[in-house]
Design a protein around this ligand. Sequence first.
Ligand code: SF4
Length: 297
Amino acid sequence: MPSAHPYRWWGMYEPTVSEVPLRDRDKPVVLSGSALDQLANTCSLQWFLGREVKADAPATAAQGFGNVVHVLADEVASGRTPADLDVLMARLDSVWDALAFDAPWKSAQEKEHARVALERFLQWHVDSNGARGTRTPVASEHGFDVTLEAGPYEVRVRGSMDRVEQDAEGRAYVVDFKTGKQAPSAAEVARHPQLAVYQLAVREGAADEAFGGVRPEPGGAELVQLRQGAAKKNGGDTLPKVQAQEPLSGDWIGDLLATAAGKVLDERFTPTTGQHCTHCAFRASCSARPEGRQVVE
Ligand code: SF4
């Protein structure tokens, strides 16, 4: 029973302390919008083990699905591929078999889901009757890198906006395509950190280039859920579910950034249990879970 050897009794060891700080306190803390959510709202230990230690499992087919759909959406937005379902399907066929699925039936099932997602994307892209009718796309896969003040800290946010559009009032509106199976609730969207960071970034100049060098006001942001159909009153299943966030008001996002930056600089990575534990890869080494208690006991 090698696992019973005292050498494996993790709880017998004293905690160790790294002599090298995780981040240089004199430099802005680099964070992404999704990291912010994990650090401030869900579990900072999950962020640390996944993003800093890079102990996450290798990319899954689900991520491959998302990447393929995002790339094709970008090709259509930038005009490299026509907004034509047959052409998109041919492009999908040419790359799909490179994705590794556990079984051929799974691959076929997911490909069908990808087809439906792309159909919804196209409907959304050409839809001029809905809210999009008053907006014009100005950038796709728009990279940005801005430094924001957050309480006593400076936070550098880098990322890419799936789509930037100009609304009827000349403001910048950011669109994020999602291909996951879960969608946040309406209350979560109102305080969605990633969307809010995009809006803050616009305020700090992230979209200037797409607006001819003139700084636009942020006009809101939205999640476009390509795996999920819209409710009947919003156009039905052939259109994606759209979840919009109003233009920012109040300081909540600044507070969230400061909390996240403080945790990283002080290296406070305490496990925080919740819904997010269900899909966490670190349960067996997490002291807050029954499976991982052996780490400290
Ligand atoms: S199991 Fe839950 S509490 Fe533990 S690291 Fe994962 S998300 Fe955090």
